[in-house]
Design a protein. Structure first.
Length: 93
């Protein structure tokens, strides 16, 4: 559904940086993408040999995402960070 670009971070407070583009589904660039960090967590954990990482999405708005894996090859990834509510509503079945 999109393309993730990533690289090791040059800043001391984060481990890796990324950007996420999905123009085919109407998203020229996502400001901060949780699903991308779910894929990036295991990718960088395997390379860095750590299960606690910090990523920064360097879009115009940008954001920092804390990533936790139980083990470097874990199938579950926990994300943390600050969030902004952009939609609040209720869905009735």
């Amino acid at each position: 559904r999109g393309v993730i670009a990533t690289a090791p971070a040059e800043a001391d407070d984060v481990d890796f940086v990324s950007r996420f583009f999905a123009p085919r589904v109407g998203v020229p660039e996502d400001p901060v993408t949780g699903s991308a960090h779910c894929a990036l967590g295991p990718y960088w954990a395997a390379r860095m040999g750590r299960t606690e990482l910090t990523g920064r999405q360097v879009s115009t708005r940008g954001g920092t995402v804390r990533v936790h894996l139980d083990t470097p090859d874990a199938e579950r990834v926990a994300l943390g960070g600050r969030a902004v509510t952009v939609v609040d509503g209720r869905l009735d079945a």
